[in-house]
Design a binder for this molecule. Sequence first.
Ligand code: FE
Length: 177
Amino acid sequence: MGMGRVLAGSVSEVVMKAMALWVAMALVGCGAESLAGDGVVPARKDAIEKTDAQWKAELSAEEYRILRGKGTEPAFTGKYWQNKEAGTYHCAACGLDLFSSETKFRSGTGWPSYTQPIAVDRVAEAVDGVLGMRRTEILCNRCGGHLGHVFPDGPPPTGLRYCVNGNALDFQPKSAK
Ligand code: FE
C-alpha cells in the first residue's frame, strides 16, 4: 500500500511534467528560451490599478483571459498578425500606445511581432517561470496587462522579437488620426 502510493506519486509527477511541456509547446509556441530583458523598466506615474471585478466587467472575455489571466491566443487566430497597415497598436485594456507599425515585422509565428515598443516606458518585463520554461513576459506598463513575451531572436535593429497576443491590442490606423 505504502509502496503503491510512492509509485503512484512519482508516476503522476512524470505525467504532469510531460503534460506541462506539451501544453507549453502547444500554447506558447512563441519561440525558444528567452534571455532578453532585465526587468528594469521604470514604473509610470499614471499607472492604472483596477480590481479583478472591474477588469472583468470592462473587457471582453477574450481580452480578460489574455490581459488579466496571462492567456495566449492560438497562433494564426488572433487580431493583427497579418495587418500591414500604418498605425499604432494600443493596449486593449487601458489604451496606452505600445507599438508602431514601423517596427512590426513578419515573424511567421502567427502573432503580431515587433522589434521594440514605442518607448521604453511602454512595456514592462517580468521573468516568467511558468511551466518550467524561463521566458520574459511583457506587460503593459500602465495597467499591468499581459501582452505576450519578448525573445532574443528578432531582426535588426534590436535583435528582439516582441511576440504579442493580437487580441490584447487595439489598432488605430494612421489615417484615422
Ligand atoms: Fe494597458
